[in-house]
Design a protein around this ligand. Sequence first.
Ligand code: BTN
Length: 248
Amino acid sequence: MRTIIGNQMEHLSRTDSTNNYASRQLMTKRLPEGIVYSTSVQEKGRGQVNQHWESEPGKNITMSVVLYPDFVPILSQFLISKAVALAVSDFVSAYVSDVHIKWPNDIYVGKKKIAGILIENSLREGTIASSIVGIGLNINQREFLSDAPNPVSLSLLTDKEFLLDECLEELCDRLDDWYMQLKIGEVQKINRAYEERLFRMNEWAPYHAGDEEFEGRITGVDEIGRLVVERRDGTKQQFHLKEVEFII
Ligand code: BTN
């Protein structure tokens, strides 16, 4: 049974970005926690670090959920990312295998990206006053623009068509499960599950940072969400988003 996420849902025939829409709604009134905005046509979908999120009209899940995770310390806000990534990876794992979370919160099947997450937190008086959790999940799209990074969809992976409404309901169930784990303080469980599913965890692989290409091994993610990578000489380095690139 769902407790918070998806008890109220609003489907928009089109919008610029569901994250933008949720943010505008939040400015006008106090929204119920867990309200989900989804759309068939997202005209200006946004990805991380100002990138564009491409989604063919009517084919995929593009949604945002509004949360009030004021119980999460600001320094631990990456826990929200972890919980959401776990929920999306649970959803995908129900249909296909070899599902991983590529740090910080991309969902990969094999070496291809099936979903992206964009979380926008508003901080007030030392707490997280609100969090808009945007999820783009490729379901029925079968062709992608050439500049999209290794995209894949459930339909391409299974050769089936999916009902978007049912997928959205299932995804809300998974989000609700993991958000409850966060709410009841199951931090260790979240950290353990996230590291177990982390793409290339403990595997030697090539990375790119600054001008350098090097071989490293992910040993975890620190409390503030930086990726921890060990080098062949035994030294460990922490990276923020965009400071390190996976060579895939
Ligand atoms: C990424 O991988 O870069 C994050 C992509 C997030 C895309 C989703 S789609 C719904 C929500 N609205 C947006 O504008 N972006 C997020």
